[in-house]
Design a protein around this ligand. Sequence first.
Ligand code: GDP
Ligand code: IMO
Ligand code: MG
Length: 424
Amino acid sequence: MKKVDVVLGLQWGDEGKGKVVDVLTPGYDVVARFQGGPNAGHSIHFAGDSFVLHTVPSGIFREGTVNIIGNGVVIDPVILMEEISAIEAKGVDVASRLRIAKRANLILPTHRALDAANEAAKGKSKIGSTLKGIGPAYTDKIARSGLRVGDIKSADFEAKYNTLKGQHLKSLKALDYEAEFSEYERKWMECVKKLSDFEFIDNEVVVNDFLKKDTAILAEGAQGSLLDIDFGTYPFVTSSNTLCAGACTGLGVAPSRIGQVYGIFKAYCTRVGSGPFPTELFDETGEKLRQVGHEFGATTGRPRRCGWLDLVALKYTVMMNGATSLIMMKADVMNDFDTIKVAVGYKVNGKIIDWFPYEACDTEIEPVYKEFKGWKCDINDIRDYDALPQELKDYISFIEHETGVPVSTVSVGPDRDATIFRSL
Ligand code: GDP
Ligand code: IMO
Ligand code: MG
């Protein structure tokens, strides 16, 4: 019986998961998103065109691939339908390629209002949410009062919607938050109807049937491991399990059915929103990473915070995900750096530690750096691992040595083709 391979981010999101899934899809029959929602922005570039996907799996552009939005995902019908229309405009017959889990929860217009209200109430300690309603939608899921995709076709859908909306209005009033969402609600209802044209599935049954028939499945994560609700930099996290374990609960597959775990990381680090970031750079080097790497949010357009690669954090997330191979992105952004630094330890309260501490949000962390010589040449057109500059190969070897996991692939540009597969 086949296993599900997983692609997930090892840092704070935006590692390049969309590109990797698109690149790996020809080796799979099915691509399935397992958590998160339209807070995600997964960019794909090919044939001179580019796309940002929020809810639709990144295998959608490859003919013959079934794309599943799993039960662990939260869906805003307005954003999903806009995304589908944009993909259809490129000549893709989305309906024939897309299946949606009945068990996926819906993001209501009032969830978005609540997200904004909660952030406003937090004042200075706000999370920096994408304001897509993610937290409130998952809150309702856990509170067992959410609406699910499968409810759309039930006769009392509107009554259920109004009950939940009524609860939200009370909460908004208690937060003294005025929200105008009537236009969004009108569009939402329209999009909910349009969504009924798509195939709603019991994804846990479909996925396990596929496995029995030896069908190759790739699970696509969103966000990153350091934004995980349990193990991320809480409370500055998202509201789902972004780790590999989330692929099990978000698709209905057993842990024993997980195969390869591809851990995606940037050759440096970025983060959007608030929260600890030990290797963050506030100087011109950070600005250089942001400008050369075009580090601006794919969903919100916000400038991403930039810093050096953090091996303490990377080792922590590799451990929890059981990553079987690493995929390194955006090394090309550092083509013109004389020196590259990597955090190999943290100095906390005068002591050197080499793990990611629980106290990360309340304690000053001073990174201990190891320095590497930059390669000072353009690597964007290289497609053969052996042809990469020795300085970059030394950098990669060190990462492999520290994490104990091989770097199987190196991405040297946003395009599908700018990818080096290594024979290990
Ligand atoms: P995701 O959320 O993990 O899918 O990542 P995003 O799409 O939000 O952000 C990654 C950004 O880096 C996108 O703009 C990609 O097009 C771009 N990108 C991906 N891989 C590479 C690479 O190897 N080099 C460069 N320069 N850009 C890349
Ligand atoms: P992809 O899949 C980067 C961040 C937000 C905020 C925190 C909580 O593109 O990698 P939320 O809207 O979930 O309540 O926001 O999480 N965040 C992301 N950062 N990439 C993402 O997704 C993110 N999704 C959420 O900036 O700090
Ligand atoms: Mg992104």
